[in-house]
Design a protein around this ligand. Sequence first.
Ligand SMILES: C[S@@+](CC[C@H](N)C(=O)[O-])C[C@H]1O[C@@H](n2cnc3c(N)ncnc32)[C@H](O)[C@@H]1O
Length: 161
Amino acid sequence: MGARRAVEIGTLGGYSGVAILRGLAPDGVLDTFEMDPAHARVADESFRRAGFAARARIHIGPALEQLRLVESEGPFDLCFIDADKEGYPAYLDWAARNLRTGGIVIGDNAFLFGQLGETAAASASPGLKAMRAFHERLARGGEFRSTVLPTGEGLAVGVKL
Ligand SMILES: C[S@@+](CC[C@H](N)C(=O)[O-])C[C@H]1O[C@@H](n2cnc3c(N)ncnc32)[C@H](O)[C@@H]1O
């Protein structure tokens, strides 16, 4: 898709960040968001070793707060969501507002470790309610054309209309 500006929510050690950077245009930049400074330090080293030190920007702190700081640099081409599951609806909302038309949102762990098919409504955890709200908006909100790739974890993908 010729992506040049990507956002990742949930950096951990930089594994998926390096994969995203490898798929961007040669001058593409990744803004990646991580709450834990110790994880961010590992990611920093991963990006440096992979040759992406100049093209990866790690933002440390709660993603919803930090995301606001890059909004003025949008719209973005790609948004990969892979942080706290309760936050998925808010992250999708951010993606809907800050992706370009034709931009792609990707949500990992879309099967919520097997819990997504849980039928007992009373036992729905905050994470399960959030993941269902995420799917509902992605599939039926009218903002994205979407599907879920059947990886072991479930990878939700939406193209912004
Ligand atoms: C599943 S891991 C990310 C894995 C990474 N995307 C990869 O595949 O290599 C989730 C990460 O999100 C971070 N995280 C959780 N809640 C967060 C929040 N509210 N804001 C920013 N980062 C958060 C965690 O500290 C953790 O490092």
